[in-house]
Design a protein around this ligand. Structure first.
Ligand SMILES: N[C@@H](CCC(=O)N[C@@H](CS)C(=O)NCC(=O)O)C(=O)O
Length: 245
């Protein structure tokens, strides 16, 4: 495997929009000290549905990460995070430790195909059930999110904390932070109550630690997000404040 250790040889283009899933990738790139160029996809003007962006991701979704060195173009947040772990040899266990790697994959795939998928269901409820049923579906969606956060709290405790995988920070922690933030922010008229996250001591402590990391602060500054408890009492980025929902 070709692992690029150190920051100098890592160079990427991040297609992003503030407070979108790209933010999880941005925090990871900042933590790695990677060099990356930011290409803001103006989703409020539907740039994600334009021909230029659809060539990169035919699903019309942000994030996309282009590795300028290998030429790889990736979409799907979980896949991007796994790629960055493999390329950097950091923020997640390598294949040389199969047991730790198995736990990492188990947690990462839960975040990607359950927590993040349900956060999308929470945000885009009408797309799944239609406008007429969206409000009726909301309690069940919120209940699912609450149970996911409870499950994460147990997982952090099981691994001994303070991070999701135990003593070592990993890409999973940034993903947990992103999903907590989105769930407490959106949709604007019916976000999840903050206690769904903060009532869990291990999860709350993880997010508090994450909020203090310089990489996280840099990532939020880059998206013009007012200083706050980014994951536990989130305030929208100035860019997304006025977006219709
Ligand atoms: N499965 C995708 C989901 C990414 C996603 O939900 N992106 C949102 C922004 S946060 C998006 O591009 N939405 C545009 C749309 O659905 O029209 C991933 O894991 O990256």
């Amino acid at each position: 495997m070709n692992c690029r250790l150190g920051s100098l040889s890592m160079s990427f283009i991040l297609y992003s929009y503030p407070d979108c899933a790209s933010h999880v990738v941005r925090m990871t790139l900042e933590e790695l000290g990677a060099t990356y160029r930011d290409e803001v996809v103006n989703m409020s003007a539907d740039a994600h549905l334009g021909a230029e962006f659809l060539r990169l991701n035919p699903r019309g979704m942000v994030p996309v990460l282009v590795d300028s060195i290998s030429g790889a173009t990736l979409s799907e947040t979980g896949a991007i995070l796994q790629y960055l772990v493999d390329q950097s040899g950091r923020l997640g266990p390598s294949l040389s430790d199969l047991q730790a790697r198995a736990t990492f994959l188990k947690r990462l795939y839960f975040l990607s195909n359950t927590l993040h998928a349900d956060a999308q269901l929470q945000y885009y409820t009408s797309r799944y059930v239609g406008d007429d049923l969206a409000e009726a579906a909301r309690p069940a969606v919120h209940a699912r999110m609450r149970s996911h956060f409870a499950m994460l709290d147990s997982a952090i405790a099981e691994h001994g904390g303070p991070w999701l995988l135990g003593g070592e920070l990993s890409v999973c922690d940034f993903y947990v932070g992103g999903c907590a933030r989105w769930s407490l922010l959106a949709p604007r008229h019916a976000p999840l109550e903050p206690e769904a996250v903060t009532r869990h001591p291990h999860l709350n402590a993880l997010l508090e630690k994450l909020e203090a990391r310089p990489s996280v602060i840099r990532a939020f500054d880059a998206e013009d997000t007012p200083r706050s408890m980014y994951f536990r009492a989130p305030v929208r980025s100035r860019w997304t404040k006025t977006l219709p929902e």
